[in-house]
Design a binder for this molecule. Structure first.
Ligand SMILES: NC(=O)c1ccc[n+]([C@@H]2O[C@H](COP(=O)([O-])OP(=O)(O)OC[C@H]3O[C@@H](n4cnc5c(N)ncnc54)[C@H](O)[C@@H]3O)[C@@H](O)[C@H]2O)c1
Length: 447
């Protein structure tokens, strides 16, 4: 019986889609003694994993002590099989779906990866197996999309196999919130499905939170990311207003954060990116529209966040003017390209817009990011080469690498004619030499 197999960790757990979500998850099961089968259609991704290049993605799961870390890595390679051959899915007890759920050009859900994965599972599903969807989808999609495809197997959800939705809440790059520390929400098509999925996750994470239905579990993820999108948009909008009012928004946020209840700090930045915040709210919007409803916040927040890269360019232009320079005749260094700090992910990164727009205006744009060689059409170089002799340095991502490599000193060694645009409140202005014209998003000039 599946319950017994989960309890004694002999259940074979397959994770379909070994990306930013699936690979850490499959590793977590392997680390906890389950036979973990990682299935991905991309040979490139499998090679990347097999060559150990994806290891930074599981850094937060590993102990810092080198001996303990080696033990955990050995356990992962011993218990985890990665393949693109469907045969490995035979005799699987639990299927977990972690494939992409992107948007189409017209900002409606593109569920083709999810549908294809469900077709694959339907070939291998057996009586008594458990299927859990972790990919982000709109409320209702597990029953509307996943269930009918799985039932093409001839088996019925709730009668012959168990079906659940459990949203992934991973925080890529976070050292604090490793996968096992993030509570796992679980909704099932029936109480047996939910009970078994809760039992499974409780073997590998600290806390499991059962909810009453698949829809509530799906909607929880939507709420979380819409909350982020709207609050980031609010702060981005306020950053412009506070600059004009002569108020330091960063200091204001810190002050407001001392309120012990009912305030959660969000910070301004050059826009939002990644495979969640810019796209998930559109999944909810799609579902709402099909019901004749609308959610104005979704569209407004997305629009504000999408415009931030242009605002960064505007700030650069204004700052250069104070040095009697035009944007078209100025040279630029852009530091940081990924969508957030200390990760290599460039999906939907706002840096793409900043760089492509800048290169339309200026012939001299050089970029540097320690995590990626992508340039979005600009030139690239080492950190030193990138910032050397530039009229304007724009910091888009506050990677730890920059401080670890003495960025403030390097900036201070530049010609005194340089402008520095800080979109993350990363630099300490007091440590910069006075002649460098410093502008920070959300702070009035000179603040
Ligand atoms: N990245 C995040 O921070 C994050 C956080 C929470 C939730 N999510 C959600 O998790 C899901 C996965 O996101 P991700 O960032 O891991 O995506 P990803 O693009 O990093 O990885 C997905 C993997 O799935 C593979 N794949 C595609 N079709 C497949 C198929 N038919 N069978 C097997 N493998 C297939 C791809 O080759 C890829 O390696 C998405 O729904 C996303 O919205 C992502």
């Amino acid at each position: 019986m599946l319950e017994q197999k989960i309890k004694n960790r002999t259940a074979r757990v397959a994770v379909l889609g070994l990306g930013h979500v699936g690979y850490p998850l499959a590793s977590l099961f392997a680390m906890n003694g389950f036979l973990s089968i990682g299935y991905d259609i991309s040979k490139k991704r499998l090679d990347y994993i097999n060559q150990g290049k994806a290891q930074p993605e599981i850094a937060s799961l590993l102990p810092t002590d080198n001996v303990e870390k080696s033990k955990k890595l050995a356990q992962i390679s011993e218990n985890m099989l990665v393949s693109n051959n469907g045969e490995v899915l035979k005799k699987v007890d639990v299927f977990i779906v972690a494939v992409p759920t992107p948007l189409r050009e017209n900002e409606t859900p593109n569920l083709i990866f999810l549908e294809n994965t469900c077709k694959t599972i339907s070939k291998f599903i057996r009586k008594g197996t458990l299927v859990i969807v972790e990919s982000t989808i709109y409320p209702g999609a597990t029953e509307e999309i996943v269930k009918p495809i799985l039932e093409m197997s001839g088996l019925l959800a709730g009668r012959d196999f168990y079906l659940c939705f459990s949203p992934e809440r991973i925080d890529p790059g976070s050292k604090r919130w490793s996968l096992e520390r993030i509570p796992k929400i679980v909704g099932g098509i029936d109480s047996d499905s939910r009970r078994l999925a809760c039992l499974l996750y409780s073997q590998v994470v600290e806390k499991v939170v059962p909810v009453s239905s698949l829809k509530v579990a799906e909607a929880t993820k939507m709420l979380e990311n819409l909350f982020r999108s709207v609050n980031i948009a609010l702060i981005n909008e306020l950053s412009k207003v506070f600059e004009k009012l002569g108020i330091d928004l960063w200091e204001t946020i810190e002050a407001a954060s001392t309120k012990p209840f009912a305030f959660l700090p969000h910070y301004p930045g050059p826009g939002v990116g990644g495979h969640c915040i810019p796209k998930d709210p559109f999944y909810l919007l799609y579902k709402a529209r099909r019901m004749g409803l609308t959610i104005n916040f979704v569209e407004e927040a997305s629009e504000i966040n999408r415009n931030m890269p242009f605002y960064v360019i505007y700030i650069a232009e204004e700052t250069l003017k104070r040095k009697n320079k035009t944007i078209g005749n100025s040279s630029f260094a852009v530091l940081g390209i990924t969508y957030k700090k200390d990760v290599a992910d460039i999906r939907r990164t706002p840096a793409k817009t900043v760089i492509t727009e800048l290169t339309k205006i200026s012939k001299d744009v050089t970029v540097f990011d320690p995590f990626t060689s992508e340039t979005f059409g600009a030139k690239s170089g080492s950190l030193e080469q990138t910032i050397a002799n530039k009229d304007c340095v724009i910091l888009l991502v506050d990677h730890s690498y920059f401080m670890e490599n003495g960025i403030e000193q390097k900036i201070n060694e530049l010609s005194s004619d340089c402008c520095l645009i800080d979109t993350r409140n990363f630099f300490n202005q007091k440590k910069l030499k006075k002649s460098i014209l410093y502008r920070c998003l959300g702070k009035p000039p000179g603040c």
